[in-house]
Design a protein around this ligand. Structure first.
Ligand code: PEP
Ligand code: MG
Length: 598
């Protein structure tokens, strides 16, 4: 009998005969999307053409050179990241990238463009015209190989043109509904612009499973595959694409048979979602009566409706990064107040935990450019609370907006990337100052100062959790960063994604220690990293004494289902066994066995 992998290979061979192509990557957001390809790195539709003043020729030249340098960096990044992939598509991609890099550094291209700019033509038109003249020269030669490179020359030209014309955060407004986006890279800010009514799914060459692009795709319910190097070449706009976000597979131009099988899978998933929706009105309670609070993580204002629709009992984590993305300027206190107030009011009296800005690392906010600066190690650099304390005017505006949003319903304030009690104290001083100022201004605010809690997401904070528990009003355990910093694995990096292990004994010990420290001090402890939304880990958290889990609204029904099958006493026994094991394989085996019996 053939193994599953064997069957898949055989199916791929059969498909290959019919023009079907397969690309493997990381399935980061489950579900199946079927739709026409929309190539993110597509054609620049209109190339502007104008005369530059003689005094601006130098600046225009530098603009061209910057666009070429950026193109080289883009290609090198993809090449570096795709080196560890195997298979023919990765190999083909390697040759293609090499050829593109060579073209970018060709003297003919550079000198041709520069002489056109010297004649006062703008950089975009100079590139477009020079590329067409090179393409025409190649097209005219006898040699079939050289002729075949014409399309590559045009692709290189398009890359430079995109870099020259792009505003950096182009939206997806012009998509046909139901499209599948294929791209080199999709950033969290790009994902924030995706409308699930229009984007059926997406796949890209770069990205890891726990980065923010993946988290946002899951929370929007958009099937996605990341880290699939081949998806950036040789596909035409409009080709039919299947994104299998559960298996990490992208199929281009599927056979009829495969298409039918995937349509069947889509129907089954829709039925399953309907069955889970019936859990909405039921309590999140174990069989032996332990009550859990299941809350929502929100990334965007439009998710408030989803959170209430699935019966979330409040918001355990409102990430405020969206306020700072896809824009050049900073949102002021008024704008932040208005948006946050809408979200708090939308939760209809349920508590909303609002986290202060957590940018830096992989989460970049375009509006903060000058504040963030460059860092050789962004994950260890000026980010999150460190940035807020360094730029107190930003923090004050944000705290004022949060306190004012508290007039619309109960709130809590959460601080990201805390490593010490000093950071908590410094923030509390600023919070109290802002509170007094608002009182003097007589603006509407929360009735009393809201609870101030800390994320436990750095090993140092977990190990000092007993100290933090004295001063923080609550804990929210961020397993995403906690795993990253404990195991030294970049959560957004596809080449080390296989080492990102939530069940590593070190991770479990840190979670165990933090939960105990928080509970001993009588403080609320919730888990709001991605582990909280995975039913597999429910017995572990319940067994450790966690009673609050916060997750993407999309994950809530499945987690509730697992809670309702569970016996809390048995879970406690399991957790005490798991936390003394030294081997993550053994931990996983026991946990999966326990889950299988539920
Ligand atoms: C975490 O790190 O687990 C977390 C919830 O925060 P974020 O994913 O926003 O970094
Ligand atoms: Mg985090």
């Amino acid at each position: 009998m053939k193994t599953e992998k064997g069957q898949r290979k055989a199916a791929q061979r059969a498909g290959a005969k019919s023009g079907e192509r397969h690309f493997e990557g990381l399935g980061v957001s489950p579900g199946v999307a079927i739709g026409p390809a929309h190539l993110r790195e597509g054609q620049v539709a209109r190339v502007p053409e104008y005369a530059v003043p003689a005094t601006k020729v130098g600046a225009e030249t530098r603009r061209f050179e910057a666009a070429v340098d950026k193109a080289v960096r883009q290609l090198e990044k993809i090449r570096r990241k795709s080196e560890s992939f195997h298979g023919t598509s990765a190999e083909e991609l390697g040759y293609l990238l090499e050829a593109h890099l060579q073209m970018l550094s060709s003297r003919r291209l550079r000198e041709g463009v520069l002489s056109r700019i010297a004649e006062r033509l703008n950089a975009e038109a100079a590139v477009a015209q020079e590329i067409e003249s090179i393409a025409a020269a190649f097209d005219a030669v006898e040699d079939a190989y050289l002729r075949s490179r014409v399309s590559e020359i045009r692709e290189v030209g398009q890359r430079i043109l995109r870099n020259l014309t792009e505003r950096g955060f182009a939206g997806f407004g012009d998509l046909d509904a139901g499209s599948v986006i294929l791209a080199e890279e999709v950033t969290p800010a790009d994902t924030a612009l995706m409308d699930p009514g229009k984007v059926a799914g997406f796949a890209c060459a770069l990205g890891g499973a726990e980065g923010h692009t993946a988290i946002m795709a899951r929370s929007l319910g958009i099937p996605a595959v990341l880290g699939a190097p081949g998806v950036v070449g040789g596909i035409s706009p409009g080709d039919l694409v299947i994104v299998d976000g559960s298996e990490g597979l992208v199929v281009v131009n599927p056979t009829k048979k495969r298409l039918a099988a995937y349509r069947k899978r889509q129907d089954e998933q829709a039925k399953e979602a309907k069955a889970l929706a019936r859990l909405r009105g039921l309590a999140a309670q174990t069989r032996d009566g332990t009550r859990l609070l299941l809350q929502a993580n929100l990334e965007l204002p439009r998710e408030v409706g989803q959170a209430t629709a699935v019966g979330a009992e409040g918001v355990g984590l409102l990430r405020t990064e969206f306020l700072f993305m896809n824009r050049d300027d900073l949102p002021d206190e008024e704008e932040q107040t208005e948006i946050l107030t809408g979200m708090v009011a939308g939760m209809g009296g349920q508590t909303v935990t609002i986290r202060t800005l957590d940018v830096g690392g992989e989460k970049l906010a375009s509006s903060l450019g000058g504040h963030l600066g460059e860092s050789a190690n962004p994950a260890l650099g000026l980010r999150a609370i460190r940035l807020s304390l360094r730029a107190p005017e930003l923090l004050e505006a944000q705290l004022a907006a949060i306190l004012r949003a508290g007039a619309a319903g109960p709130i809590r304030i959460l601080l990201p990337l805390i490593t010490s009690v000093e950071e908590l104290r410094a923030t509390r001083v600023i919070l109290e100052k802002v509170w007094r100022r608002l009182k003097r201004r007589k603006v509407a605010t929360a009735k009393s100062l809201p609870p101030l809690g800390v994320m436990i997401e750095v090993p140092g904070a977990a190990l000092a959790a007993d100290a933090l528990a004295h001063e923080a009003d609550f804990f929210a355990i961020g397993t995403n960063d906690l795993i990253m910093y404990t195991l030294a694995i970049d959560r957004g990096e596809e080449r080390v994604a296989h080492l990102y292990n939530p069940l590593h004994p070190a991770v479990l010990r840190l979670i165990h220690f933090s939960v105990d420290a928080g509970l001993r001090a009588g403080k609320g402890v919730s888990v709001c990293g991605e582990m909280a939304g995975d039913p597999r880990y429910v017995p572990l958290f319940v067994g450790l004494g966690v009673r609050e889990l916060s997750m993407s609204p999309k994950a809530l029904a499945r987690v509730k289902d697992r809670v309702r099958r569970l016996d809390a006493v048995a879970a406690a026994r399991l957790a005490s066994e798991l936390t003394i094991l030294n081997d993550s394989g053994e931990i996983a085996r026991l946990l999966d066995l326990f889950n299988a019996r539920l």
